[in-house]
Structure formats: structure tokens, C-alpha cells
Design a protein around this ligand. Structure first.
Ligand code: SF4
Length: 103
């Protein structure tokens, strides 16, 4: 079941893989105000490693979402400090070690 995502991903490798970048644009706009006052941590996912198994979504769905297209989307790249523990848990539990936090 989890292998489905991996094979899907290779099929999508041909067209320009802008999908993740695409969705981060409106997101960046949406979080602009939030970003202004304080610089929070930044959630980074290596989408080449990610196998879209949604473990991170299970830990903190406010930040990570795997959609029907089998791609992982970062809903909030700069989550508040109060989310840090959960995100660190996602970092540790991701079987592909695809998630990292930049401060
Ligand atoms: S836990 Fe890791 S591999 Fe799984 S969806 Fe999240 S980032 Fe991708």
C-alpha cells in the first residue's frame, strides 16, 4: 500500500515537479502577516525522500497533509513555537527522515 505512492511519484517525475512549489506560493502569502512579527522555525521536507505515508500528518495534521494525489503538502511552513514538540516528533518518526526544522 505504501509502495503505491513511490511508484506514483516516479510517474510524475517527468513533467516539471512544481507542484509543491506551486502550493507554497499561496501559503507564503497567507502566512505573511503571521511571519512579520517573529521569525519562527521553518519546516522543510525533502520531497525526493518522502514516500507520502502520512505518518507526519497523523502527528500534526495542521502542518502536514497527504492529499488524494499522494503528495505531501506543507500547510504551514512556519508553524508557531507551540507546535515544535509535535513537529520534532514527526521529524523523528518519519521513516524516510525527510523532515527537518530550520531555525
Ligand atoms: S512521515 Fe515522512 S515520508 Fe511520511 S509523509 Fe511525512 S515526510 Fe513523507
Amino acid at each position: 500500500m505504501h509502495h503505491v505512492a513511490a511508484s506514483r511519484r516516479s510517474q510524475v517525475a517527468d513533467p516539471p515537479t512544481v507542484r509543491h512549489d506551486d502550493q507554497s506560493l499561496p501559503q507564503a502569502a497567507a502566512t505573511k502577516d503571521f511571519d512579520k512579527g517573529m521569525t519562527e522555525m521553518r519546516v522543510v521536507v525533502d520531497f525526493d525522500l518522502c514516500e507520502s505515508n502520512a505518518i507526519c500528518m497523523g502527528i500534526i495534521p495542521e502542518v502536514f497533509e497527504v492529499r488524494d494525489d499522494d503528495f505531501l503538502y506543507i500547510l504551514n511552513e512556519t508553524p508557531p513555537e507551540s507546535d515544535r514538540a509535535k513537529i520534532e516528533e514527526a521529524v523523528q518518526r518519519c521513516p524516510k527522515q525527510a523532515i527537518s526544522i530550520e531555525d
